[in-house]
Design a protein around this ligand. Structure first.
Ligand code: GLU
Length: 315
């Protein structure tokens, strides 16, 4: 049987909420039902945003809900050499260049209007002058941002759950940052290097990262590595239709835990949201796993309602 490996990859920049918990629970259930290995990788490269308490809290939340994982827990910041090696490879292939421009400078030089909800696209006229692709260089200045040279082309992403979607990273984001001036890889590069070095074959995560899959495919291609199977799952939204966040009240798993709410109540809600049960009933993670099939997962986002909140509070 082919070895399949998946991972839970929380960022310790905040607490796990009901939305993250549902994605992790589904990832866990699919991995356990399909006999995949399941790793836990703490994505702690976003230094300034990391919270010192968040790693242990994420582990405690997952364990409290009844999930487990295989092998040692890894953290990204523990070893930067594999990311440097990937940067070296990309630099030698002429696919990356240093870029010291600040966000304000890019905004100023952009012709397209920019609203804060959207990512800032890097306009191609800000690329260094002269051909980059045909001039191999070295990755030397770790104190500078580096961008990936992105071609104007459609990148199809074939997702096991969401189907095939077309993206054009050049139009959406332009040359994006893969190495930061903090002397660390940026998210897009870090996640690709880690999934590759950890032998991850199945990436299960929230739908908000689907456009990132196209960007990551560019890196997989440039590094000559196989693309994993993607599974981008629907998000949980607040009543206002926006991604679940603090403004929707306290939906942190640690909050329910501290309030003395049983994990079975939380899983009961996630199970109802995931097509496992026809109504909210208390359930263990193990019962969730036994009842879960991806075919019954609704592709539409879930809206966290007042009734859901009341259910969690025990009425
Ligand atoms: N650490 C990322 C996050 O918490 C997930 C990255 C990934 O699954 O690719 O949003």
């Amino acid at each position: 049987m082919e070895r399949r490996v998946s991972r839970l990859a929380p960022s310790p920049t905040g607490a796990l909420h009901l939305g993250n918990a549902r994605t992790f629970l589904i990832n866990w259930a699919v991995a356990r039902n399909s006999l995949w290995e399941l790793l836990l990788r703490v994505e702690n490269l976003d230094g300034p945003r990391n919270k010192p308490w968040a790693t242990q809290q994420a582990i405690d939340d997952l364990t409290w809900l009844g999930m487990d994982f295989d092998g040692p827990i890894t953290t990204q910041a523990a070893d930067l050499d594999p990311y440097r090696a990937a940067m070296q490879h990309l630099a030698e292939a002429g696919l990356t260049y240093p870029c010291a421009l600040t966000r304000a400078q890019i905004e100023q030089a952009s012709t397209a209007p920019h609203d804060n909800d959207h990512e800032l696209r890097f306009p191609e006229h800000l690329r260094p002058v002269g051909p980059i692709a045909d001039s191999p260089s070295a990755f030397v200045d770790e104190h500078t941002n580096y961008r990936l040279l992105v071609e104007d082309a459609v990148v199809p992403v074939t997702d096991t759950f969401a189907g095939t979607k077309q993206f054009n990273p050049f139009r959406e984001i332009g040359d994006f940052v893969i190495w930061t001036k903090r002397e660390q890889p940026a998210y897009q590069l870090a996640v690709v290097v880690d999934d590759h070095r950890q032998g991850v074959t199945d990436v299960v995560r929230g739908m908000d990262l689907l456009p990132s899959a196209a960007r990551q495919q560019l890196l997989y291609g440039a590094l000559g590595w196989p693309v994993p199977h993607w599974w981008h799952l629907p998000l949980v939204l607040g009543p206002d239709g926006r991604r679940l966040a603090k403004r929707h009240g306290d939906t942190r798993i640690s909050y329910y835990r501290e309030c003395g709410i049983a994990p079975q109540r939380v899983i009961g809600l996630l199970a109802w949201w995931s097509g496992v049960t026809a109504s909210r009933v208390e359930l263990s993670a193990e019962e969730f796993r036994q009842g879960f099939t991806i075919e019954r997962l609704d592709a539409r986002p879930i809206t966290f309602s007042k009734d859901d909140e009341q259910w969690l509070c025990g009425s």
